[in-house]
Design a protein around this ligand. Structure first.
Ligand SMILES: C[S@@+](CC[C@H](N)C(=O)[O-])C[C@H]1O[C@@H](n2cnc3c(N)ncnc32)[C@H](O)[C@@H]1O
Length: 304
């Protein structure tokens, strides 16, 4: 009797993908990662749920002129606000956060190429636990940077300093051989250009490990309507500096697909994984021009 291997959960990750190929996979990330060969990616960026203890929801609203509306706008006109769509995902792990993230971090390291880098995007509630955990998994000498993404938006706290930053931990698989393309770093203006001379001022300076960048504007074109969407400029900087042409990028908490959007701009092959069907819909629409290969359980197509 011939024997058959059980059907694989996902198509195997190609080892030599054509440049800028984009794959979107609807899957629980640990299940997906277990199917990926060792060293298949040069760059892994993840932005896991932050363990905020609440569901992350973003409602997309539309305002229409309506004489019976509940809001008064310019010139005394009345408006009505309707919620047209609502995207959300769970973000509550209690004290078990590392129990959830730990096995996924182990897999992230396993699927990294020998000269690859891991970026883990967190907030100050969990970043220290994750840093100690990664030091344990990889060794402290693999820790390269704690990047602070500082923004300035939204309400101000009245009983403590307003928390307006995220933490991005960078670990290198090999601290002696990793990708850091200094010449590709974007330049930012000097704070006191008059002190550095005209030529230097015109060239600008390289950013430090503190990155000042606004959040995705609630009314801007970049906005997808997916909660906790990260700015494209942050991902573009990471990918531009830490990936060489042809390097393969993985984001297995992909959300609205910001990593995929940056990979497309830079012409890098990329795999995006998320377990939330709503995220797959948003990514399929956002990245449609890249003609992504979309894998969903049972081969379901994304909604039109
Ligand atoms: C913080 S969001 C990512 C946002 C993304 N960086 C962006 O710019 O849109 C985290 C994502 O992880 C997904 N997620 C949570 N647990 C997951 C799991 N076990 N497997 C795959 N995806 C998961 C959620 O559905 C959510 O879309």
């Amino acid at each position: 009797m011939p024997t058959h291997d059980p059907a694989p959960l996902f198509d195997p990750v190609p080892t030599a993908a054509p440049a800028a190929s984009l794959e979107i996979v609807e899957a629980e990330c640990l299940e997906y990662l277990r199917t990926v060969p060792d060293g298949a990616f040069q760059l892994v960026y993840i932005d896991p749920p932050f363990n905020t203890g609440r569901r992350q929801t973003l409602a997309r609203k539309k305002t229409t002129a309506d004489p019976d509306g509940d809001r008064t706008g310019f010139g005394g006109r009345r408006y009505r606000t309707d919620v047209v769509s609502r995207n959300s995902y769970g973000d509550s792990f209690g004290d078990d956060y590392l129990e959830f993230l730990g096995p996924r971090l182990e897999q992230a390291i396993r699927v990294l190429d020998a000269t690859g880098s891991l970026f883990v995007h967190l907030d100050p509630r969990e970043s220290h636990y994750v840093k100690v955990h990664l030091d344990g998994l990889l060794g402290r000498e693999h820790f390269m940077n704690e990047i602070i993404w500082s923004y300035d938006y939204g309400a101000r706290a009245k009983r403590r300093w307003s928390s307006k930053h995220d933490v991005i931990l960078w670990y290198a698989r090999d601290p002696a051989a990793y990708t850091y393309r200094y010449g590709e770093i974007d330049r930012i203006p000097y704070m006191a250009p008059k002190l550095v001379g005209e030529e230097k001022a015109a060239r600008g300076k390289t950013p430090t490990d503190v990155w000042w960048n606004t959040i995705v504007s609630p009314t801007g074109r970049e906005r997808t309507g997916y909660p906790t969407q990260k700015p494209l400029t942050i991902l573009e900087r990471i990918l531009r500096v830490h990936a060489r042409p042809g390097d393969r990028v993985l984001d297995f908490f992909a959300g609205s697909g910001t990593t995929g959007a940056a990979a497309q701009i830079l012409g890098l092959p990329c795999v995006l994984v998320d377990e939330n069907p709503a995220a797959i819909e948003v990514m399929a629409a956002r990245l449609a021009s890249a003609q992504p290969r979309i894998q969903r359980p049972g081969g379901r197509p994304p909604a039109p």
